[in-house]
Ligand binder design. Structure first.
Ligand SMILES: NC(=O)C1=CN([C@@H]2O[C@H](COP(=O)(O)OP(=O)(O)OC[C@H]3O[C@@H](n4cnc5c(N)ncnc54)[C@H](O)[C@@H]3O)[C@@H](O)[C@H]2O)C=CC1
Ligand SMILES: O=C(CO)COP(=O)(O)O
Length: 338
C-alpha cells in the first residue's frame, strides 16, 4: 500500500500526536486526529493550527480533527495512540470496539505503566487481544516542536511484523523525517521510557549548576543501566546504540525543549515536584515512569542507580545534591560487568 492510500487515526491531539499526524499527512496519508476536547478539534479545523500544543505550525489540509473517536477510527489502517502512558489503558478500553479488524496499532507513548510495570505494547495487546505483530512503536530523537517545524531527523518504527513496520515506515517518510525499521520492540520501548528518567537527572545536574562532564557522565551511565535492564528483558543490546537508545537520550538530556529535562532543571534549582509540575500542562513521563521502571528493574534483579535516585528526589523528598553525592560515593566498579 502506498502512503497515498493509507488512512490514519491519531488518538491524542497533544504536541507529539499533532506533530506526528502532520508527518503522516505530509507523507500522503489521510489523517483524522481525535482530540479529547471538542473545542480544540473545532479550532484546529477552523484555523489549521493546534493553538494549545503547537502554536504557529500550519497543519496540512489532509489532516482534520474530531472529538468523536468512532469517526476518527472509521476505516483507519493505522491507529496512532498518542495519549500519555498512564492513561492509555483506560482510553483503549473505551476505543477497543471501534478498532478495525486489520488495523496496525502504533504506540507513540514513552512510559511504563504504574502498578503492572507493562510496556505500552503489552498494554495494547492485553486490552485489545490483537496479536503482538499488529502492534508497532515509534521511538527516536523526535522533539515535537522540531519535527513540526520540519527540521531533519531520523526515528525508528519497530514491530515484530516486518510488513507492518515497512507500511508505517512508508506512511511516515517525509523530506524531514527518516524512519528506520527495527524488530526489537522491547529495546525501542525501553529506550524511550528510560531516557525520560535519565533526562530528569540531567536536568537536575543543569539546575545544580554542573557542566558538560556531569551531563555526559549521566547520559553514558544512564545508557548503561538502560541497556542492562533491556538485555535482562530480552532486548538486543545494539538497539541502545541506535536512534531509540543513544539518539533519543542525547536529544532529550540536552534540549531545552524536553519537558523531562526542564522539570529536572527546576528540581535541581530547589523547586518541589509540585512547584515544578505546576509550570506546565504537558506530560513529563519520567516522573511516574521512574517508579514503574525501578520496580521492573528490581523484579528483574537489575541495578539502576540513577533511576533509583530520580525516584528518591521525585517521590521521597531527597534533595538532588544528596542524590548526586550518593551516586558519586557508590562502591568502585569496573565500567563493564561480565
Ligand atoms: N512531545 C514530544 O516531543 C514527544 C512526546 N512523546 C511521547 O508522546 C506521548 C504523548 O506526549 P505529548 O503529545 O507530547 O503530550 P502532551 O502533554 O503534549 O499531550 C497529551 C495529550 O493527551 C491528552 N490527554 C492527557 N491526559 C489524557 C487522558 N487521561 N485521556 C485522554 N487524553 C489525555 C491531552 O489532552 C493532550 O492532548 C508521551 O508518552 C510522550 O512521552 C514521544 C516523542 C516526542
Ligand atoms: O521524547 C521526546 C523526544 O524524543 C520528548 O521528550 P520530553 O517528553 O522530555 O519533552
Amino acid at each position: 500500500m502506498s502512503a497515498d492510500a493509507v488512512r490514519a487515526a491519531v488518538l491524542g491531539a497533544g504536541s507529539w500526536g499533532t506533530a506526528y499526524g502532520k508527518v503522516l499527512a505530509d507523507a500522503g496519508c489521510e489523517v483524522k486526529v481525535w482530540a479529547r476536547r471538542p473545542e480544540l478539534a473545532e479550532s484546529l479545523n477552523a484555523t489549521r493550527e493546534n493553538g494549545d500544543y503547537l502554536p504557529g505550525v500550519r497543519l496540512p489540509d489532509r489532516l482534520t480533527a474530531t472529538a468523536d473517536h468512532e469517526e476518527a477510527l472509521s476505516g483507519a489502517d493505522l491507529v496512532i495512540l498518542a495519549v500519555p502512558s498512564q492513561s492509555l489503558r483506560a482510553n483503549l478500553e473505551h476505543w477497543v470496539d471501534a478498532l478495525g479488524d486489520d488495523s496496525t496499532l502504533v504506540s507513540l507513548a514513552k512510559g511504563v505503566e504504574l502498578g503492572t510495570h507493562k510496556r505500552m505494547t503489552e498494554v495494547i495487546v492485553e486490552v485489545t487481544g490483537v496479536p503482538a505483530g499488529r502492534v508497532a512503536v515509534v521511538s527516536g530523537p523526535n522533539l515535537a516542536k522540531e519535527i513540526a517545524s520540519e527540521q531533519p531527523a531520523a526515528t525508528v518504527v519497530a514491530s515484530t511484523d516486518t510488513a507492518r513496520a515497512e507500511l508505517l515506515q512508508r506512511a511516515s517518510t517525509t523530506w524531514y523525517l527518516r524512519p528506520y525499521t527495527n524488530s526489537d520492540v522491547v529495546g525501542c520501548e525501553l529506550g524511550g521510557a528510560v531516557k525520560n528518567v535519565i533526562a530528569l537527572a540531567a536536568g537536575m545536574a543543569e539546575g545544580m549548576g554542573f557542566g558538560d562532564n556531569t551531563k555526559a557522565s549521566l547520559i553514558t551511565r544512564g545508557l548503561a543501566e538502560t541497556a542492562r535492564l533491556g538485555v535482562a528483558l530480552g532486548a538486543d543490546p545494539l538497539t541502545f546504540a541506535g536512534l531509540a537508545g543513544l539518539g533519543d537520550l542525547v536529544a532529550t538530556c540536552t534540549s531545552p525543549l524536553s519537558r523531562n529535562r526542564t522539570l529536572g532543571e527546576r528540581l535541581g534549582r530547589g523547586e518541589t515536584l509540585e512547584q515544578a509540575v505546576a509550570h506546565t500542562k504537558q506530560t513529563a513521563e519520567g516522573v511516574k515512569s521512574c517508579l514503574s521502571i525501578s520496580e521492573l528493574a528490581a523484579a528483574a534483579g537489575v541495578e539502576m542507580p540513577i533511576t533509583e535516585q530520580v525516584v528518591q528526589v521525585c517521590h521521597e523528598g531527597i534533595a538532588p545534591a544528596v542524590a548526586m553525592k550518593y551516586l558519586m560515593r557508590r562502591e568502585p566498579k569496573p565500567e563493564r560487568r561480565s
